[in-house]
Design a protein around this ligand. Sequence first.
Ligand code: FES
Length: 254
Amino acid sequence: MIREWMTIINHQLIASQTYLLEIQGEIATLVDSPGQFVHIQVSEQYFLRRPVSIADVSPVKGTITLLYKVMGEGTDALTHKKAGEKIDIVGPGGKGFPVQDINNSKALLIGGGIGIPPLYFLAKQLTAKGIEVTSVLGFRSEEDMFYVKEFESLGKVHVTTNDGTVGTKGFVTDALPSLENIDTYFTCGPTIMLRNVKEKLKGVPGYISIEERMGCGIGACFACVLETPAKEDGKGYVKVCSDGPVFRPEEVVL
Ligand code: FES
């Protein structure tokens, strides 16, 4: 993990309050797995860095693509940054999905809202290994949808929207495909969604990426701790930023 002023290459609105930010720099060469994040300092006025998952990496261009949603003043200020400007980034942080250990043939990806971006980078890496990917992507409404075509270029996609404007009306758990042919699932989204997915897919091997508000992002402040079910290690908790954000479902209490 390093700190670097990365150059903005592309910055555009892609859905309601949702932006694509492509940044160039050495950090792009250090990303080792999908699910890792970068920590952005928007400006000195916003002291706390914002963690944003990496949605894609281009080794050729030396860029990282981030997809973020405006959640408050800090992310709103970020929307005003323009191509050519530099931005203060620390990363890549955390431990991502262990693609190198996945050797089976059928994967189910389940993403909700702004939990979807890291699954795109994951889908690209899994399909590159010859793994068949089916994705279930959940949005609030049609205007919030993004990257559906990109996922469709990698495999089968089911869309859900809370208001039924596109796809199945309801939540991702209302549109899960038959699990008979699924070897492993991968999910990222709000905690309530992760809890429901974990419950519905009990018995299926999986990986959960947790979206948790962070402080330091480097394991020093305890702002992101989660309880673990097994206390054999005597610790009883994990830090999302440094032990995760990707965990096996049985490793964390949601
Ligand atoms: Fe500080 Fe995780 S954000 S320990």
